[in-house]
Design a protein around this ligand. Structure first.
Ligand code: F0G
Length: 322
């Protein structure tokens, strides 16, 4: 039976009997072995497949908490700024709670499917003439006015929900891994993992992997110039690794063709760091944060080209060999 993340982790989350559980069946995601990739890279890799969350990214772990608490507090509306995944997640959970959602996106900088998803889910999507950081500042300002509850990861309930990924990983492995490897955009997820590491009393280091050219990276989910959680990422002692877009693309294609997992480009940043040898440890967990179907524009740019063929078996056999 599907168990809501809040119910599964109730003992370690700031909820009470009075908290309405706004759930879409988030969390409890697969932890997959990666035999071929592990063999190639000479390190035991486990893949936390967060794309199997209800809206296709790990954001749902935090959003079930943020929106449930907003509902408990009688919020009239929620707001967020987003590069796309927080947007879709906020829209979904707000719809589930019957609360209006306002979503601010940097104009023209969000993958099309994420925008479609968010619009379908009924959020008011406003494209801000500016970058993510400017959109976030505006959302924060509105939340200070008291009309909208901010559901970005500055909202502490988001990080409380997101920390549960670490609980799942440690429970499933039966022990702490040697490293957690995750993409680094704003740093909210790094902060969330650090909370769980502290609570569990383990000493596993976090590798937070950012794009070299943050404001322009093809990995639009982590196209964030000024990470809002930079101080807590540093306080957590996370190892920050910087990878180029070329390295991200190579890792992204390798994950897809070697292990059969199609993620969005940002989610491959961690693998890029492992491939480069920047991650220490024999057994590492790589969190794959978002689904590849979220950004088919990027996929179309890098996937092998299509070929056309007549509906003729000989021609097809020849073309298939080519
Ligand atoms: N991976 C994906 C798929 C993301 O969407 C994000 C952030 C990250 C990694 C980075 O995580 O910010 O906690 O360090 N997406 C945000 C959004 C910014 O609006 O959807 P972080």
């Amino acid at each position: 039976m599907t168990i809501a993340l809040i119910d599964r982790f109730r003992a370690v989350l700031p909820v009470s009997e009075a908290t309405p559980v706004i759930s879409l069946g988030e969390g409890s995601t697969p932890l997959l072995s990666a035999p071929r990739l592990s063999e190639r890279l000479g390190v035991e890799i486990w893949l936390k497949w967060e794309a199997s969350n209800p809206t296709g990214s790990y954001k749902d772990r935090g959003m079930t908490m943020a929106v449930s608490k907003a509902a408990e507090d009688g919020a009239e509306a929620v707001i967020c700024a987003s590069t796309g995944n927080t947007a879709a997640s906020a829209a979904a959970y707000a719809a589930r709670a019957g609360i209006p959602a306002v979503v601010l996106t940097p104009e023209g900088a969000v993958a099309g499917a994420k925008v479609s998803q968010t619009r379908m889910l009924g959020a008011k999507v406003l494209e801000v003439r500016g970058d993510f950081d400017e959109a976030l500042a505006a959302a924060q300002e509105l939340s200070h006015r008291g009309t909208h509850v901010l559901v970005n990861s500055i909202n502490p309930y988001r990080r409380e929900g997101q920390k549960t990924a670490v609980y799942e990983i440690v429970e499933e492995l039966g022990t702490a891994p040697d490293a957690f490897v995750i993409p680094y955009g704003g740093g909210g997820n790094t902060s969330a993992y650090a909370i769980a590491i502290g609570e569990l009393g383990i000493s596993t280091p976090i590798y937070s992997v950012e794009a070299e050219h943050r404001p322009t990276t093809l990995a639009s989910a982590i196209r964030i110039g000024d990470p809002v959680h930079a101080a807590s990422v540093q306080a957590a002692g996370a190892n920050i690794v910087t990878v180029s877009d070329d390295e991200i693309v190579a890792a992204w294609l390798e994950l897809a063709t070697t292990e059969g997992l199609f993620c969005e480009p940002s989610s491959a940043a961690g693998l890029a760091a492992i491939r480069r040898g920047a991650v220490q440890g024999e057994r590492v967990v790589l969190t794959i944060t978002g689904h590849g179907l979220k950004d088919t524009e990027a996929a179309d740019r890098y996937a092998p080209p299509l070929a056309q063929v007549d509906a003729d078996p000989d021609a097809i056999a020849a073309a298939a060999r080519a």
